[in-house]
Design a protein around this ligand. Structure first.
Ligand SMILES: Cc1cc2nc3c(=O)[nH]c(=O)nc-3n(C[C@H](O)[C@H](O)[C@H](O)COP(=O)(O)O)c2cc1C
Ligand code: SF4
Length: 430
């Protein structure tokens, strides 16, 4: 395992958000190199070889995604940055945009050049007021220097970057809902295919990438695909920034190589569990990912290893729960979130999330009935794979895993309308 400093290297440097400081530390060297020496295809090959995978949640190989954008088209192409950061427990993109907004801009420039886009949109979570100011300042600095605009770095290549604010809906982080919202419509996910690479923003070829994913690209160009790939595992290159929250000594963001285990992340990076307590459970990749028990955390936090362990690496949000946690309350909180955030477009998700919430509320009110736990499980199982977008699965998977792994606690709630742990630390769903 290794804690690494790649994107986070400049976080401690005074004024790291400013263009002059970023440049003094090697910033904007990668895009200069690309414009001078690389064909668009060569950039895509380099990113493919780095084994960089999407860090917004799905883990799709980045270079491969870029290669799907058609070369022969008369339509404009777009880069869209997913800066919506809505997955509960995830807060790493916020720190990237606050501390090194020029790192993100440089990643956008390289991605745009690679696919032949002349316009990029940053779709930013509306509540992120301070990151917004930092991004606006960074974009203005880049235009003033000629790093954005008609001829970036004097190369003759045109690139404009627009900042677009979201309005608080979690579903608008899903890439096709995001594109609808960007186009000024209601944020309803689209059926796929077609995928955004062929029919994206305004009906044109588009790549949608997460803030962190794009921020690794300049480092890959500067230090080489082999260097990045070697930090990670066989199929997940490099590193990622974990957002570690919950009952740890030092919650925060930690940049680690992809082979770092959850145990190392929790105990070595975040200082272990709160004083006098022991680990009970971990949600390893944001609230959508299936929960793991304390004895299941000796697993690398890369995409394949966590999938093999029955969970997901997702957005890298590690939510740690100690032995004071009531698992019924923890799940009820999550269930309320998804019931609130379902866009209502498809029946299994709209109706299923509502049923899950109502059953859990009834149990919490002391009106549980025999069979409730089985019902929770089967409703969730019937939602899986039957919806337009992955939010349906995201709502179902935590329910199934909590019930599978902590069934006794759920049965106790049905029988008694509560448990002893609630007296220790009540968690209330809104
Ligand atoms: C309900 C839902 C919410 C999502 N929210 C985000 C988000 O806030 N930020 C993000 O980068 N990706 C989010 N995603 C994943 C995106 O759909 C998409 O996979 C990602 O932006 C692709 O970029 P990447 O390949 O760089 O990860 C979400 C997906 C779903 C289903
Ligand atoms: S799965 Fe849920 S959030 Fe996704 S489109 Fe269907 S109703 Fe909307």
């Amino acid at each position: 395992m290794a804690q690494v400093k790649i994107i986070t290297e400049l976080f401690e440097v005074e004024g790291s958000h400013r263009l002059d400081v970023y440049e003094r530390h090697g910033g904007y060297q990668a895009i200069r190199k690309v414009l001078a020496d690389y064909s668009p295809e060569a950039v895509i090959e380099e990113v493919k070889r780095s084994r960089l995978r999407g860090l917004g949640g799905a883990g799709f190989p980045t270079g491969l995604k870029w290669s799907f954008v058609p070369k022969q088209t008369t339509k404009p192409k777009y880069v869209v940055v997913n800066a919506d950061e809505g997955e509960p427990g995830t807060f790493k993109d916020r720190y990237i945009m606050m501390n090194v907004p020029h790192n993100l801009l440089e990643g956008i420039m390289i991605a745009a050049y690679a696919i032949g886009a002349h316009t990029a949109f940053i779709y930013l979570r509306g509540e992120y007021v301070r990151p917004r100011r930092r991004l606006e300042q960074a974009i203005a600095e880049a235009y003033a220097k000629g790093y954005l605009g008609e001829s970036i770095f004097g190369s003759g290549y045109r690139l404009d970057v627009w900042l677009h604010l979201g309005a608080g809906a979690y579903i608008c982080g899903e890439e096709t809902a995001l594109l609808e919202s960007l186009e000024g419509k209601k944020g309803w996910p689209r059926l796929k295919p077609p995928f955004p690479a062929s029919v994206g923003a305004f009906g044109c070829p588009t790549i949608v990438n997460n803030v962190e994913t794009l921020s690794y690209v300049p480092h890959i160009i500067r230090r080489g695909a082999e260097w990045f790939a070697s930090l990670g595992t066989e199929r997940s290159g490099g590193a990622r920034i974990l957002s570690i929250s919950g009952h740890v000594q030092r919650p925060g963001i930690y940049e680690v190589s992809m082979d770092t285990t959850l145990r190392e992340a929790i105990f070595d990076c975040a200082g272990g569990i709160r004083e006098g307590r022991s680990l009970k459970a971990v949600i390893p990749g944001g609230s959508s990912s299936p929960v793991l028990r304390a004895n299941e955390i000796d697993v690398p936090c890369c995409f394949d290893a966590l999938a093999a362990a029955g969970s997901m690496a997702g957005s890298g949000a590690v939510i740690v729960m100690d032995d004071t946690t009531c698992m019924f309350d923890a799940l009820r909180n999550i269930v309320h979130f998804y019931a609130h955030e379902s866009c209502g477009q498809c029946t299994p998700c709209r109706v299923g999330t509502g049923w899950l919430r109502r059953i859990m509320d009834r149990i919490a009110e002391g009106r549980g009935m025999p069979g409730d736990v089985d019902n929770l499980y089967s409703i969730a199982a019937d939602m899986l794979g039957r919806t337009i977008c992955p939010l349906g699965d995201a709502a179902a998977m935590p329910v199934m895993s909590f019930v599978e792994k902590f069934r006794d606690e759920f049965e106790e709630h049905v029988r008694h309308g509560g448990c002893d742990l609630q007296a220790v630390r009540p968690v209330r769903a809104s």
